[in-house]
Design a protein around this ligand. Structure first.
Ligand code: KE4
Length: 441
């Protein structure tokens, strides 16, 4: 019987549970039974949980099992789930109607908020997801520079638009290949792939493709190969290479934006990208993305300029209300960020100590209130080193902790997220659960 569970059912999600029944039906109606692949729990070799509700640092599944949640909806729930300030703003906005297909004051308030908090943001356009934000930012970069090629980094994820679902060609200098069925070779050809934390791999691409590269897009702190921090000089080096080559530097801050501080990674590292992309936290849990940057660049976007981009629900008033409430709360309570970091330090330091006591080979990368535990004994600084992690060992760790009522990313190459609702109580419960056997071979 799991200490945090309210019911006899175990976390296996096997048949006989509500999650199991929902999954069985979902698989007949939805590809893989889920609306986003990572939710299928395939990397951790077990059927997925179907979540019924969430509050603060906890989620409850369809069988009534309660978990301490370290996914936080992949980042949006930085205040904790179902925060009253966000919930009440959504309920209030919904009273006035859900969507008008016309401009609203809420969009002006959101744009004012974002541009006031993020130094390099002079203008911003709202969209409905991080994917839309990065896809649109790349189109604007191509429109602004008149160039076709873009550079991304192996291991960085920027959503599922065709140009970004590519992987390195045979050598890093060759053109990229599609990383998904359905992405055309022609589309992939305009994407070049460099190695994260390897400036030489970028300068070689600029050398080989002089005058052809419109933009370099990067997660300023990578969080989709697990958390990987930028090496000293990496981001400033990218800034210099882009400036020298007349290419735009795009920071994908869908995870880091308002996570690493009110100004995001660009403020933390003191780098001014030409364009920035946001999502997750700025929607407070509702579907919201945004891209923005220098005025001269953003004035290229329709109807102000020739780069077309549109969206029926872009700037949706209810979604704006959620984002404005959450961002406003973060702005008015900046003490949240050091508190988040303190909680994250307690968690990751504790995990590292237990791993060491148990003789488990794992590496922890963390920054601010995100981090990853890699099952490897070598430093993780790019995709190649991340891929050395033992994913089977991670799966065993994930399932052991789930059984103890601790819900973490159901895949090694993701991040753990801490919210303002996680207290020492949750950290102690997590570390106790971990010490009870998570690192046993
Ligand atoms: P969305 O289209 O999922 O809103 O955002 C895409 C995206 C863009 N940029 C970064 C840095 C991202 O991390 C993401 C999406 N993050 C994943 C988690 N690694 C979302 C989870 C999922 O795909 O279900």
């Amino acid at each position: 019987m799991n200490r945090l569970f309210h019911s006899e059912s175990k976390a296996e999600g096997a048949c006989g549970t509500a999650s199991g029944a929902l999954f069985a039906e979902a698989k007949t109606l939805i590809p893989g039974g889920v609306n986003s692949p990572v939710r299928a729990f395939r990397s951790v070799n077990r059927p997925p949980l179907f979540i019924q509700s969430a509050d603060g640092a906890y989620m409850t599944d369809a069988d009534g099992n309660r978990y301490i949640d370290y996914v936080c909806s992949w980042g949006p729930a930085i205040l904790g789930h179902n925060h009253p300030v966000v919930r009440e703003a959504v309920c209030k906005a919904a009273q006035s109607g859900l969507s008008f297909g016309a401009a609203t004051e809420a969009e002006v308030v959101m744009a004012r908020l974002l541009t006031s908090l993020v130094p390099a943001l002079e203008m911003v356009r709202m969209v409905n997801s991080g994917t839309e934000a990065t896809m649109s930012a790349l189109r604007v970069a191509r429109g602004f520079t008149g160039r076709d090629k873009i550079v991304k980094f192996a291991g960085c994820y920027h959503g599922h638009s065709d140009a970004l679902l590519v992987k390195a060609g045979s050598g890093l200098l060759s053109e990229a290949r599609p990383d998904s069925a359905g992405v055309s070779a022609a589309c992939a050809r305009d994407t070049l792939v460099a190695r994260y934390n390897d400036l030489d791999s970028v300068s070689r691409l600029f050398e080989r493709h002089k005058g052809e590269i419109a933009a370099v897009i990067v997660e300023p702190v990578a969080a989709n190969m697990g958390v990987v921090l930028p090496a000293e000089g990496f981001l400033v080096g990218l800034r210099s290479l882009c400036t020298a080559a007349g290419a735009l530097l795009i920071f994908d801050e869908v995870i880091t934006g308002f996570r690493l501080g009110l100004g995001g990674a660009q403020d933390l590292f003191g780098i001014a990208p030409d364009l920035s992309c946001f999502g997750k936290i700025i929607g407070g849990g509702m579907p919201v993305g945004a891209y923005g940057g220098r005025r001269a660049i953003m004035e290229m976007v329709s109807p102000a300029g020739p780069v077309y981009q549109a969206g029926t629900l872009s700037g949706n008033p209810v979604a704006m209300a959620a984002g404005i409430a959450q961002l406003g709360f973060l702005r008015d309570h900046p003490e949240i960020y050091p508190a988040l970091e303190k909680t994250a330090d307690a968690l990751f330091t504790g995990l590292a100590e237990i791993a060491q006591q148990k003789g488990a080979h794992c590496v922890i990368n963390k920054i601010g209130s995100i981090g990853s535990l890699f099952w490897t004994d070598e430093p993780v600084f790019d995709l190649d080193s991340a891929m050395k992690a033992d994913t089977a060992r991670y799966a065993a760790y994930f399932n052991f902790m789930l059984e103890q009522g601790i819900y973490q990313a159901p895949a090694q190459f993701e991040a753990m997220f801490i919210s303002a609702a996680h207290t020492q109580i949750e950290i102690d419960k997590t570390l106790t659960a971990c010490a009870s056997g998570a690192f046993c071979p």
